[in-house]
Design a protein around this ligand. Structure first.
Ligand SMILES: [Zn+2]
Length: 375
């Protein structure tokens, strides 16, 4: 993890044993969930699960604690123990102390687990989303075709029983041919009594456990929808297709924020172009000499977001506006944790903002550039 050439993609917290173990556990939880083994624990386990059990045993023995005896027990600990609790003691500047890897209600990888499993050189889930979109851009051949396909995916995490355009939109077989491989049958782990529940707010899958409205004891993939929202229940969803999970979380979830930000720019008469091989990145053209870079995310963990911005530069010199939903930016400590976790160079040219603040922030950046030019 700290080998030569890896310095840029590690953070001080990666050298902390509990943190490194928590991150390895996140990757194992994702691997088990991908094989539908998070509840059944059918053998054989992926090698990563066996390895993390061995590491967990050593970690506990070194500290004089009773170690876990099996992979299922390690996974039970992931639903029970928090990042900041006595077992892992992950520093609060790296991860929210109350973060859990397995959601205790959904019994599935939590959003924080998916964010952490995407962190660093061994990261997986967000990288898969980037790779799938990069392949799609190559298949599309033109920026306009790619932009249309990408918007289709961002708006449609679920494809209905009849056909992908059953919402009344114009049937477009060429578009469907390009994107259909990114959809898959509904996995067992999202079914409860053969029913697929779709959240009435975010449109993503949830688990309603027989209830019609969100509340205590229910769960949806976005993890932020308010109680009382109705689920759409699909019984025996044999012909329903779901967008791959990496794209649901890293493309569909930030979609509304990205499209709200672009709408604000268009309203202000500011031009923008999509950067194909990146998630939610656009160049923004103003009267300034060089374009600004806009990057949109919906991330729960500000330090992991900062690491992503620092370590996956789309343009290592552009002034960058990182747009997140207001509900994230307004969380206590979110903006300062994000700024602290950026490296010095990145901090100087990066600004965290929200769709409704974006145009004003561009004005501020523009004036400060002019001031610098005159200084
Ligand atoms: Zn929801």
């Amino acid at each position: 993890m700290t080998g030569p050439g890896a310095d840029r993609t590690t953070t001080p917290a990666d050298d902390h044993q509990g943190t490194a173990l928590f991150a390895e556990l996140a990757r194992s939880v994702v691997a088990l969930a991908a094989r539908e083994q998070l509840r059944s624990f059918a053998l054989p386990y992926p090698r990563s699960a066996q390895r993390v059990l061995d590491r967990m045993v050593l970690y506990c023995l070194d500290r004089g604690w009773a170690p876990p005896r099996s992979v299922p027990e390690v996974m039970a600990w992931c639903a029970e123990h928090t990042a900041g609790g006595p077992l892992f003691q992950v520093p609060a500047e790296f991860l929210s102390p109350e973060a859990r890897l397995i959601d205790p209600v959904g019994r599935l990888p939590s959003r924080i687990c998916l964010e952490l499993a995407s962190h660093g050189p061994q990261g997986q889930v967000e990288q898969e989303a980037v790779d799938l979109l990069t392949d799609l851009a190559a298949r599309c051949g033109s920026a306009e075709r790619y932009s249309r396909c990408r918007r289709f995916l961002a708006d449609r995490p679920v494809i209905g029983q009849r056909d992908p355009f059953s919402d009344g939109s114009h049937w477009n077989p060429a578009l469907w041919k390009r994107v259909k491989d990114l959809y898959e049958p509904v996995p067992e782990y999202l079914l409860s009594s053969r029913v697929l529940a779709l959240c009435g707010t975010c449109g993503l899958p949830g688990l309603s456990f027989g209830r019609r409205a969100a509340g205590p004891g229910t769960w949806c993939e976005s993890e932020h929808c308010p109680p009382g929202v109705h689920f759409r229940l699909i019984r025996d969803p044999g012909r329903t297709l779901l967008l791959r999970r990496s794209l649901r979380i890293f493309l569909c979830l930030p979609g509304p924020t990205e499209f709200a930000a672009l709408a604000e720019l268009s309203r202000a008469g500011i031009g923008h172009d999509l950067v194909p091989a990146a998630l939610g990145a656009h160049f923004v053209h103003t009267l300034a000499a060089a374009p600004y870079l806009l990057r949109t995310y919906d991330r729960l963990e500000p330090a992991l977001l900062a690491s992503r911005i620092t370590n996956t530069p789309v343009d290592a010199t552009a002034d960058t506006l990182v747009v997140v939903p207001r509900r994230q930016a307004d969380r206590p400590g979110y903006r300062s944790a994000f700024a602290t976790a950026l490296d010095d160079d990145c901090r100087r040219r990066t600004m965290l903002t929200t769709p409704d603040e974006l145009v004003r922030q561009i004005g501020i950046l523009h004036s400060s550039r002019k001031g610098n030019a005159h200084a």
